[in-house]
Design a binder for this molecule. Structure first.
Ligand code: HEM
Length: 139
C-alpha cells in the first residue's frame, strides 16, 4: 500500500513537471511566432511613409511580445546545472532587453520619419536573434 502511494505521488510530481515544461515551452514559442511574423511584416513596410502609424503600432506589439518572452523560461533551462541557472536566466533576460532596445531605436527612427535608418537598424534585430538562439535555444 505504502509503495503504491509513493509511486502515485512520484507519478503526479513527474507529470506536473512535464506539464509545466510543455506549457512554458508552448507559451514562449507562441511569442516567438509573433516576433517572427511581426519582424517579417515590419521589414516589408518600414520604409513606406504611408504606413508610419501602422509600423509604430506593429513595433509596440513586438515590444510587448519581447516583454512577455522575458517572463517565460526557455526550455534549455532544464539542462543547466542548478548552480548556473540564475546566471543563465539573467543573461537570457538581458538579451531580451537588448532586443527591446533595438525595437525602441527603430520606433524612434520611424517616428522621426527616418525610414532608411529604421530599415538599416532592422539588421541589428537579426544579430540579436541569432545570438539569442545560439545561447538559449535548445537544438
Ligand atoms: C526578432 C527576433 C526573434 C525572432 C524572429 C525569433 C524567432 C523564433 C522562432 C520562429 C522560434 C521557433 C518557434 C517554434 O518552433 O514554434 C524561436 C524559438 C526560440 N527563441 Fe527566438 N526569435 C527571436 C529572438 C530571440 C531572442 C532574443 C531569444 C533569447 C533571448 C530567443 C530565444 C528563443 C528560444 C529559447 C526559443 C526556443 C523556445 C523554448 O526554448 O521554449 N529568440 N524563436
Amino acid at each position: 500500500m505504502k509503495t503504491s502511494s509513493l509511486i502515485l505521488a512520484l507519478t503526479l510530481v513527474a507529470s506536473t513537471q512535464i506539464m509545466k515544461a510543455e506549457e512554458g515551452n508552448s507559451l514562449l514559442e507562441r511569442q516567438m511566432k509573433i516576433l517572427a511574423k511581426g519582424t517579417r511584416q515590419l521589414s516589408q513596410q518600414v520604409t513606406d511613409t504611408a504606413q508610419q502609424q501602422s509600423s509604430i503600432d506593429l513595433i509596440e506589439k513586438l515590444k510587448k511580445a519581447v516583454q512577455d518572452s522575458k517572463s517565460i523560461d526557455p526550455r534549455m533551462v532544464e539542462t543547466i546545472p542548478a548552480a548556473d541557472k540564475a546566471k543563465f536566466l539573467t543573461d537570457y533576460r538581458a538579451q531580451m532587453d537588448m532586443l527591446s532596445d533595438a525595437f525602441t531605436k527603430i520606433e524612434d527612427a520611424v517616428k522621426a520619419g527616418n525610414y532608411a535608418k529604421a530599415k538599416s537598424l532592422l539588421s541589428s534585430v537579426n544579430a540579436i536573434k541569432r545570438e539569442g538562439h545560439e545561447k538559449f535555444k535548445q537544438d
